[in-house]
Unconditional design. Structure first.
Ligand code: ADP
Ligand code: MG
Length: 230
């Protein structure tokens, strides 16, 4: 047995394009996207026109904000594509969602899965990059996120549906952008989120009185086998 999601959910979640396709079939909100097929100028411009600038370019199989660019103008498209290509064969372009950044930790499986309080991530200059994730101490994490109860519950429900749509279990964390119009957009599911003392899932657990030790024990208790022994 092992903790967290099985092979299938983990493999889907590590691919942001597959994740989005599944969420779309479940009518779950995720930023509009296109795959960038080549560095040809006409193609890059067409993608930029379709998604509108600014937009986000990212390698779909990476994490830790590696290889991600916020593209402000047409001239930035080629460089962003080349950077993402260093990490991945495929390159994902996404509509840029300007607004607040939230994350929703989830414990459990299926109907028993439960969302922890939302965490708001406030990075300097709204730039939650590799440095700000792991090294800077200017990023602030606010839990529970100060948003209206009804909106918070809606985001937790969407996150639970998104988690179950991918068949995740044990524990996980959904990254969410909340637009200026207060519309939530799901970015990704992390099936093996950070688990240091100051990581996001432990922060969310602490807000409902679950200590780091309890969180580890709960996660361990949920460890399961994919196949029952004969
Ligand atoms: N479509 C988007 N609109 C606005 N910001 C985004 C978008 N996609 C990613 N970001 C920003 O980049 C960060 C990393 O993106 P994410 O998709 O979560 O990839 P990962 O965490 O695996 O690197 C997010 O936390 C957010 O700050
Ligand atoms: Mg993320």
């Amino acid at each position: 047995p092992y903790t967290g999601s099985g092979v299938q959910a983990s493999a889907i979640a590590i691919d942001k394009v597959f994740t989005k396709r599944i969420w779309e079939t479940h009518k779950l909100p995720t930023p509009r996207y296109r795959l960038i097929e080549s560095a040809e100028r006409a193609h890059l411009n067409e993608v930029a026109d379709d998604l509108r600038l600014p937009l986000i370019v990212k390698p779909p199989h990476e994490g830790s904000t590696i290889g991600i660019t916020r593209v402000l103008g047409y001239s930035g498209m080629a460089e962003a594509f080349e950077l993402a290509r260093k990490y991945d064969d495929a390159v994902l372009a996404e509509e840029f969602i300007e607004g607040r950044e939230l994350t929703c930790a989830i414990l459990g499986e299926g109907k028993q899965a439960a969302a922890l309080p939302l965490v708001e991530i406030r990075a300097p200059g709204a730039n939650y990059d590799y440095h700000n994730k792991y090294f800077g101490n200017e990023t602030k994490y606010v839990c529970p996120a100060p948003i209206e109860d009804a909106l918070g519950e809606t985001i937790q429900q969407l996150s639970l549906r998104a988690y179950n749509a991918l068949g995740a279990r044990g524990w996980g964390r959904i990254d969410v952008m909340l637009s200026k119009q207060e519309e939530p957009y799901l970015l990704e599911l992390n099936t093996s989120p950070g688990m240091t003392g100051h990581s996001l899932v432990p922060i969310a657990a602490r807000a409902v009185g679950i200590s780091y030790e309890d969180l580890v024990l709960r996660t361990l208790a949920l460890a399961t086998l994919d196949q029952k022994a004969p």
